[in-house]
Ligand binder design. Sequence first.
Ligand code: PLP
Length: 386
Amino acid sequence: MDEIDLSRRMGSLSESATLALNARAQQLAADGKTIYNLTAGELASDTPEYIQEAVAKVLNKNKYTPVAGLPELREAIAANARSFYGLDWIQAKNVVVTAGAKPALYATFLATLNPGDEVIVPTPTWNTYNHVIELVGAQVIEVPMTETFDLDVAAIVANISSRTKAILLNSPHNPTGTVFSKAALDKLAGAIMGKGLLVVADDIYAKLVYADDFSLVPTHNFEQMVIVNGFSKSQALTGWRIGYVIANQNVAAAITSLLSHITSNAPLPSQYAALAALARGDVPPQSTMDTLKKQRAMVADALSNIPGLVYREPGGAFYAFLDVRGLTDSSAQWCEDLLNESGVALVPGEAFSAPGFARLSFVAKEETLKSALTLIRQFATKGNKA
Ligand code: PLP
């Protein structure tokens, strides 16, 4: 068969680096190599029992739902978000249920960005944002965060131009695990007040926070905001593909029209899974939080005092973003060598517009994490600056 020309818009698109690395680590394991895979962006636990039980009761249901989701689910998402964020404006009409948070993001950008618009994205950044923003013809303006991975508000403001349409904020943050400070978010809200800028808040990790005192993006005084969220991380439902957008009614309606021609409704069993999760407040199972806290402490113990490696304790999500600039001139090479020599797979910072770093996901099974940390320690302490 003859090769088919791809569209020009496929030009700069490549497969998600994280998913590709995960696949490579799985392939090496299938080939018989012992691999400690710390690349995954998903919890190691199974579907929570209460979700399995709830969905088992509705397996006979098989029809399309309204594109924006089951009315009772939209109500439940709105009620949960109203109390979680303390935002009265969120009603069912503002909610569109989607097949995961990724389509929610894509639909948001398609519905709000024109070609030539600019979106400010703090770096390090999750690479999907860049691909999807560019796919809709808009331009990413990367703005580095501070050394401690907080928002650099002055730098963001300095990069606002007449073409700026939106600022993307993800907190807790992938890949750094940082939770942006209340001070920085307040300062940003004040600085962009009256400028007509849209804040897209990717809150997919908002239920996975370790500190008692934290501040989430939507609780700040942003005049225009779209919230993207889902159940992939809070309920270990990555494969079930269930997320949502919360937005002004006009944006929600536009996204609904769009999705009516793309996915139609999100998978029906997954909508019931979300309803079951929301009946318990969409709070992650206690066992999940206990495991995450324990494993976060294991990472801190193993990696806190290695000369040349800087470990910053994550405030949320399940990633540690290791600063390996003191160990190597190329984090991509460092991760490659670590994989080949020790069998430990991390994602190099290059995949997050942050060379010099490596993302470690600490959601692996405890034994895997323990062995991997010992191996990383050994590898990092043997002084292999390139
Ligand atoms: N947003 C961030 C920051 C993520 O890290 C991920 C998944 O890794 C997603 C969104 C996508 O979530 P979903 O699996 O629901 O599409």
